[in-house]
Ligand binder design. Structure first.
Ligand code: HEC
Length: 142
C-alpha cells in the first residue's frame, strides 16, 4: 500500500465511523440527554415537576401523558417538531414559548463544542431529537 492509498483507507474508515455514530439513535441516548437537558423543568420522572418549572409562567408539560393527551398512536413526528422548535412557530399565548428551542441549541452546541460543520450539526441535532422522542415513548402511562 503506498501512502496515498493508505491515506484514503484511513479517511474512508474515519468517515464510516462518523456515519455510524450519526446513525445512532436510541432510547438510552435519549434518556441521557433528557437527564442533562430536560429534567430541570420536566422532572426526573417527566411528570412536569422539575425544580425550574415553578419559575415559569407556563408549567412544563407532564411528558408521561402525551399518548393519553393526544389519544391515538404516539405522535412521533409532531413531538420532533415541538422539541426541535424551529419550525413549529410561536404558539404560546404571549407569542413566545418557555421551552428552549432545542433544534437550535443542539445545533449550536455541535458547531461550537465539536466544531461540526453546519450540515453535520444539523444532522446530529435531528438524531438527538429523535432519540429523545424514543425515550419519551418509553415513559407513556395509560
Ligand atoms: C426551561 C424549562 C424547560 C426545559 C429545560 C424543557 N422544557 Fe419542554 N416544555 C416546557 C414548558 C413550559 C412546556 C409547556 C408548553 C410551552 O411552553 O409551550 C414544555 C412542553 C414540552 C413538550 C410538549 C408536550 C405536549 O404534550 O405537547 C415536550 C414534548 C417537551 N416539552 C419536551 C422537552 C424535552 C425533550 C426537553 C429537553 C431536551 C425539554 N422539554 C426541556 C419547559 C421546558
Amino acid at each position: 500500500m503506498n501512502s496515498h492509498t493508505m491515506q484514503r483507507a484511513v479517511v474512508a474508515s474515519l468517515l464510516s465511523i462518523t456515519a455510524a455514530a450519526w446513525a445512532q439513535t436510541s432510547a438510552g441516548l435519549g434518556r441521557a440527554d433528557y437527564m442533562d437537558n430536560c429534567a430541570s423543568c420536566h422532572g426526573i420522572s417527566a411528570k412536569g415537576d422539575g425544580p425550574v418549572g415553578s419559575f415559569l409562567v407556563k408549567p412544563p408539560a407532564d411528558l408521561t401523558q402525551i399518548a393519553h393527551r393526544y389519544g391515538g398512536p404516539f405522535p412521533q413526528a409532531l413531538l420532533k417538531e415541538v422539541i426541535d422548535g424551529r419550525w413549529s412557530g410561536d404558539r404560546g399565548p404571549h407569542g413566545s414559548r418557555d421551552m428552549p428551542v432545542w433544534g437550535q441549541v443542539f445545533k449550536e452546541r455541535a458547531m461550537t463544542q465539536a466544531g461540526d460543520s453546519s450540515t453535520t450539526a444539523e444532522w446530529s441535532a435531528s438524531q438527538r431529537v429523535a432519540s429523545l422522542v424514543m425515550y419519551l415513548k418509553t415513559l407513556q402511562q395509560p
